[in-house]
Design a protein around this ligand. Sequence first.
Ligand SMILES: C[S@@+](CC[C@H](N)C(=O)[O-])C[C@H]1O[C@@H](n2cnc3c(N)ncnc32)[C@H](O)[C@@H]1O
Length: 263
Amino acid sequence: MTADLFDAAAMYDDDYLHFFASSEGDSAPTHGPVVGTAYAATSAITDLVWRLLDLQPGMSVLDLACGHGTLANALAARGCEVTGLDSSAVFLDRARTDATAMSVDVEYVLGDMRQLPAWTGRFDRLVNWTTAFGYFDDPTNRTVLAEMARVLRPGGRLAMDLDNLPRFLASYTPSRITATLDNGDMLVDRHHFDPLTGRFEVERTVVRDGRARRLTFLKRLFGFPELRDWCTAAGFTTVTGLGEDGEPLNIRHNRMIVIADLP
Ligand SMILES: C[S@@+](CC[C@H](N)C(=O)[O-])C[C@H]1O[C@@H](n2cnc3c(N)ncnc32)[C@H](O)[C@@H]1O
């Protein structure tokens, strides 16, 4: 496995849940594009995933990089057999607690998307939501796509939700306040986009209870044709680009949803 480009455990921790998954419910950042943040699996998002993945009760679904389980739990509540894999033990604890509260059964697995368990051909569907792809160097990002194809059954379908590159760059700012809470806690981000690598790097200052700490994270941004070609190279055949409303992708969409089918 190649060296990590950032410390995911430092990024996806209790502070992240504090800002984006409060007990009052998840919240999306209000300024600019979503940057490595989870937004709630509202019923509208669950409806969209259900429709785009052509889900039926009883289907086996892998939520890859499932975070704190909002979407996994919502899909299980609608009758799917859901497995959620994530590298953050803190997030999985929260996901399990919420699953119990919702009386749903989800198999939560601590793992690494670069090397999935011996699940070859196991899943009918795979969902990878809220910019949960593109954290590594390009050969490794492509390995993740190959792992997705491996764990899907023949005829299986993948749905990924990512930033829509043209829209993202149109609203690019060198820095922003990404989240503020009523008690004064806040996240302040400085941004750097490298067009040579396609990587968007963020230096984040987390201010919580009067203390500040710094972390960095990054993600790869994709134009649709590039990711379509990567999906094709990983074994997917039909690859479609949509926006957050499920309509064909255009430059006004905030999100790029990629639907890819295995033969
Ligand atoms: C932006 S969050 C999205 C979470 C979730 N899909 C959602 O929609 O709320 C990205 C997730 O990727 C997970 N992650 C980061 N690196 C990972 C890895 N190598 N393997 C598995 N999960 C990873 C993080 O822990 C985090 O939960």
